[in-house]
Structures are given as C-alpha cells and as structure tokens.
Write a protein that binds this ligand. Sequence first.
Ligand SMILES: [Zn+2]
Length: 146
Amino acid sequence: MEGRSEIKEKLTNYEWLLDRLYKKVPPRSGSTEYKIPEPQVIRIGSQTIIRNFRDVSEKLKREPQLVAKYLQKELATAGSYDSSSGQLILNVKVSKRVISQFLNIFFKNYVRCPTCGSVDTRLEKRGKTWILICEACGAEQPVKPF
Ligand SMILES: [Zn+2]
C-alpha cells in the first residue's frame, strides 16, 4: 500500500511530465497542411526549366544547390542552377508532375521530421552519414545521402 506522500509525489511528477510534454511538443506544422509551391515548369527543346526553383527550395528550407543535386540524381541528368534568376535548368525533358513527385519525396525524406512532423529541421553531414535533425523535438534521423 502506498503512503499519501508517495501518491502525491507521483501525481506531481505526472503533472510535471505533462507540463513538460506540452511545452516540448511544437504545434504541428502538419504534413497535410504544409504546402510546397507548385513548380513552374517550362520545357524548351530537350531542357526543362523550373522557374520558381528558389522559392520552392526556400519553402523546403534547403539550399537550392542541394535540392538541385537531388533532382539531378533522381532524374539521372545534369543541370544548372542560376542563382541570379532563381531558376533551375535540367538537361532532360520531364513533366511537372514528375518534378512535383520528387519534390514531395524530398520533403518527406529530407525536410519533415518523422517523429513530430515539424519542418523546423536541418541536415547535418557527419562524415559519410547524413542526419536529419529536428529543432522542434530534437529527434535525429539518419537519412540516405545523395
Ligand atoms: Zn521533430
């Protein structure tokens, strides 16, 4: 049988834990609410230009160069990011739908925290390992390098 003081202590701890939990858990930057801007895609000859690439990258909270590298790898093509216009030119014919798909996969794997769903994250390279670090809940998740 537990004494009164023990029960009280447990209650207090529980309240403290709850309190802590509420403070720690950030408002969900919900996976469904967070919208990546639609890529503005134009195709010229055998090239594809993403006109709003800088804006898309900003929304993804990653350097355009990094997002560009990812797309180039997934599409097995070369490309060049023009930092003055904010456009990405890819040396391949690809549809807007395919680009959107890859941007969504990038967001899922390299931006959104798998633990709490926050987008307040950063990528850190530790040697050959890439870690997705969540600033909101502190979770660290190794991700596939590219
Ligand atoms: Zn998190």
